[in-house]
Structures are given as structure tokens and as C-alpha cells.
Design a protein around this ligand. Structure first.
Ligand code: SIN
Ligand code: CO
Length: 379
């Protein structure tokens, strides 16, 4: 379904400019935005969402509640599982809908005032009357956009983050809400990380979560060490020409440890190494993402003509960042990051007549053959 999204960013942010919104609310406090996207048409129907949840490469979950008992199942789900009549209150959550649906990708791009490196994905949930995932908190900022039907959100900035023992998902043990809002289609709620919330469907409803990513120190350190292991060579090798007979055969002695420590040296990455790691890491699609190569594919001259006439657009699954003279695309680094390619990364498209030079055209054609971008107009 084609959406007429409001062109006015301040409507999306409740009358605030991106500058003001970020200064006053981002990472700080919740904001309810009535009519953030008036007239919003769902980017997927219930049937399309259920069909996505049946696919292997799509991450989906089903959460149900019967009395005080919660249950959680991971997808993919059969239609029979999703369509069966049931007595409990339940919800289906589908992650990364923007990767499979152009309208969802377009909706996500409305939030491009936040750097692409911070953006995660669009999760869509469908809930039966009374359904929800229970009171919890997330570690990330989120915009909760009501897509269809109504949902009652209760929120709290409580410090008590103790969780219910034995539940299959994170449910707060003592949730005491301080605010309550009934969201109608087109309304949106921004929540900073750690803000406790509980959304209960009032009748069947669909909610979109525009999610952000914030890697932990542990995740970054592990990723960086793996990157350094693959991209750097250390000279030298253990040697012990002065070896003396062992007094205790199994002892790992100081001499060995000291020499190994000297060989390894200080593991202090340079800023350039950190930047290179980040560009690759943050542009790497998730492990369940696969691209479809064009079938049949255009020859290079035919691609070049199509690109000149209609421009090119990035596949929704493609992640592209740039920094200084390097372009990062789907986990790979390309230097020099030609200005036109940086433009493609920012706008996610090149307009007709963009006139790439031979080097840029070579890359565009290569990426086209991988299914990373497409010539023509987005349909
Ligand atoms: C939902 O859409 O039901 C869950 C969203 C959330 O609470 O983070
Ligand atoms: Co949440």
C-alpha cells in the first residue's frame, strides 16, 4: 500500500524540530505525539505479516498470556498455528519488516534525522484484544507508532528493574505506571532506554517499533578483536634458546608468560582501526539476511543505460555508511569513497542523469549483480 507520509518532520515529532526533539527528549524522557502520522496506512496487512512470520529468514516471535502465565515461541510459524482459534491473549512480533517491504523501508527513512549507524529496524506486532508482551523495559530508544486499532500504553520511569522469576521473557516484577495513554492509529510514543512500558491491545491492533541499536562495550570489544585478528599481522614467534631442564614438568613458568606478553605487545587499536572496524561492523547485514541476485541480469552497458535514464536505488537490505574517504557497504570497505557513492549512501538512491564515472559505474554494476542495488524507479 502506498503511503502519503507527512512531509513535515515537525508533525512527526509533535511540533518539535529534530534539533529540539533530540535536545529535550532523546535518551532523556518519553514523548507522546498525537497524530504523528495522520492517515497512516499500514505498510503490511495482517495476512502479509502472518505470511512473513512463516518464512525461515524472517525473525518472529509469538507471546501469549493465559491468566498470569506467559509463553514465548520463536518462529517461523505455520498458518495453522497463527490462525487457530484460541482462548489466550496473544501477539505476533515480526522483526526487520523493512527488509522485506519497500513501504516499511520508506517509513523507516522518515527517521533519517537520526544517523543510519544508529538505526536498527522496523518491528511490526499484531495483537489480539488484550494482547501484549507485558510490562518490561528495553535498553534502546524506540518510537512506538500505532499503525491500526488502539493500544493502551502505561509507562513509568521507575528505577526498579527487577524481573519476574521463571518467565520466558523479560517481565517486570513490580510495574507501577505513572502515565497512561490510549494510542489511536497515527499516534506515536517515544521512549528513552530503560523506560518501563506495557502496551495492551484494545481490540485487535498493529504497532510498529522503530528501533535503534547501541552496541555494548563488550560487543564492540569482541568485534574489534576479531577484526584485528583478521586484519593485522604480528611479527615474531616464541623461542627459548636458553631453555633449562624443567623442575616441574607441568608448570607454565613466568619466563613463558613474560615472553608471550612481550610478543603480543599492547593491544591498543589506533583510531583508524576502530573506524575501519565500525564501518564494516555497522554496515554488516544481520546473519539471516540474504540478497537475491537479479535474474536475468542486465549486461554492463544495459545497466549503465538504465541507471542513466532512471537512476538507481539501494535494496532495503543494503546497509551503507561512509567516513572520510571510505564507503562501507554490507560489511565491505571501498576506498576511495567517491562523492557520488557517498551521495548514494545518504539518499539511498541516485537520481537519473547522475553520471557516475567509470570507477563508480564499475562498483554500481558489481553491487547490482550482488542484488545490493537496482536500476530504475522504486515501485
Ligand atoms: C509490541 O509491539 O507489542 C511490543 C513493543 C514494545 O513494547 O517494545
Ligand atoms: Co518494549
Amino acid at each position: 500500500m502506498k503511503n502519503e507520509l507527512p512531509s513535515d518532520i515537525s508533525q512527526l515529532l509533535g511540533g518539535y524540530s529534530p534539533d529540539r526533539f533530540l535536545a529535550l527528549y532523546w535518551h532523556k524522557k518519553p514523548l507522546l505525539i498525537r497524530r504523528a502520522m495522520p492517515g497512516l496506512k499500514p505498510v503490511v496487512s495482517k495476512a502479509e505479516l502472518f505470511s512473513l512470520a512463516g518464512r525461515d529468514e524472517v525473525e518472529s516471535r509469538m507471546v501469549a498470556r493465559k491468566g498470569r502465565a506467559w509463553s514465548l515461541k520463536q518462529g517461523p510459524f505455520t498458518m495453522r498455528e497463527m490462525r487457530a482459534p484460541r482462548a489466550d491473549r496473544w501477539t505476533l512480533l515480526v522483526q526487520g519488516v523493512n527488509l522485506h517491504c519497500i513501504e516499511a523501508d520508506e517509513l523507516l527513512r522518515r527517521f533519517s534525522f537520526i544517523p543510519a549507524a544508529r538505526l536498527d529496524d522496523l518491528m511490526v506486532s499484531w495483537a489480539s484484544d488484550g494482547g501484549g508482551v507485558g510490562p518490561h523495559f528495553d535498553s534502546y530508544d524506540v518510537f512506538l507508532l500505532q499503525a491500526s486499532g488502539r493500544r493502551r500504553w502505561r509507562i513509568s520511569m521507575q528505577r526498579d528493574h527487577a524481573l519476574l522469576a521463571g518467565a520466558p521473557l523479560k517481565i517486570l516484577r513490580n510495574f507501577r505506571h505513572s502515565e497512561e495513554y490510549l494510542l489511536e492509529a497515527g499516534d506515536m510514543l517515544y521512549l528513552p532506554p530503560g523506560c518501563a512500558h506495557d502496551g495492551v491491545a484494545v481490540g485487535e491492533c498493529m504497532t510498529y517499533s522503530i528501533g535503534f541499536r547501541a552496541p555494548s562495550a563488550q560487543e564492540l570489544a569482541r568485534g574489534l578483536l576479531e577484526h584485528l585478528a583478521d586484519s593485522t599481522e604480528r611479527a615474531g614467534m616464541f623461542a627459548d634458546p636458553g631453555l633449562r631442564p624443567a623442575k616441574r614438568n607441568a608448570l607454565l613458568d613466568d619466563a613463558y608468560v613474560n615472553q608471550a606478553a612481550r610478543l603480543i605487545g599492547r593491544l591498543q587499536p589506533t583510531r583508524a582501526q576502530v573506524a575501519d572496524f565500525l564501518g564494516r561492523y555497522l554496515s554488516e547485514p544481520k546473519s539471516n539476511v540474504f540478497f537475491d541476485a537479479p535474474e536475468p541480469s542486465l549486461t554492463r552497458p544495459a545497466f549503465s543505460r538504465a541507471a542513466a535514464r532512471h537512476g538507481v536505488w539501494l535494496d532495503p537490505k543494503s546497509r551503507m555508511l561512509h567516513r572520510a574517504n571510505t564507503i562501507y557497504v554490507n560489511g565491505e570497505a571501498v576506498t576511495p569513497g567517491l562523492p557520488l557513492l557517498r551521495q548514494l549512501a545518504d539518499a539511498r538512491r541516485l537520481e537519473a542523469g547522475a553520471a557516475p564515472n567509470a570507477a563508480a559505474l564499475n562498483l554500481l554494476y558489481l553491487w547490482y549483480t550482488h542484488g545490493w542495488l537496482h536500476p530504475g524507479r522504486r515501485t
